[in-house]
Write a protein of this length. Structure first.
Length: 213
């Protein structure tokens, strides 16, 4: 798995690896193209089940997920992700096969990006920081909710459900989030495959494990 901050490499090598990475990423995204999960219009039962899931997870603000991540964009790529969330405090680390690690950490008012340049980059908004430094659009704040299969509070959302009354598709903030698989043995159920798309921007998570404190 590759990691996306190509600017840390020398220029000739970066061009070569960017081409290889683009080919690899296209192949990976094609291989992970959404399998058409049957989508059902929301019923009162399905919406009630989703409300119950969201209520059950509302108090779980300390969690860790491990996943494979693929991100499209100018300097898109893929890698192994460890995401730790503790309330508003987070650590989002992506490690590539080349051994380099991109780490985004911070809290509600501060974001620190390490692994792109020699010195850490600091900003107030992690999504803006990633876009400015990497040319990728990752809806970081919303993804924190979407990764759990939850809607972002206070924002209009459209839901479709699978036959188990679990979300199959969530449309919110201009993004379409596909839920292709679930850890259905968890209580409440938790997403296993989360593919978020908005135009050419894509963020794909293949989640291997969830843990809660």
């Amino acid at each position: 798995m590759r990691i996306f901050p190509m600017s840390v490499l020398t220029q000739p090598t970066a061009r070569t690896l960017r081409l290889l990475l683009s080919m690899t990423l296209i192949a990976a995204l094609a291989a992970c193209a959404p399998m058409r999960v049957k989508q059902n219009a929301p019923t009162s039962e399905a919406l009630a089940a989703q409300d119950a899931r969201e209520a059950a997870l509302a108090g779980k603000s300390r969690w860790t997920l491990e996943a494979r991540i693929a991100v499209s964009g100018e300097n898109g790529g893929s890698g192994d992700l460890v995401w730790r969330q503790d309330g508003d405090t987070y650590s989002f680390s992506v490690r590539g096969a080349n051994g380099k690690t991109l780490r985004l950490s911070g809290d509600a008012g501060r974001a620190v990006l390490e692994g792109v340049d020699a010195q850490p980059e600091v900003g107030s908004d992690p999504q803006v920081l990633l876009r400015e430094r990497l040319g990728t659009d990752v809806p970081f704040a919303a993804l924190r909710r979407w990764a759990l299969g939850l809607r972002v509070d206070g924002e209009p959302a459209q839901l479709q459900f699978d036959d188990r009354q679990l979300p199959a598709q969530l449309v919110q903030n201009g993004w379409t989030v596909e839920y292709l698989d679930w850890f259905a043995d968890r209580n409440p159920a938790l997403p296993k495959k989360v593919f978020a798309t908005r135009g050419k921007d894509k963020v794909k998570l293949i989640i291997q494990s969830w843990s809660f404190d």
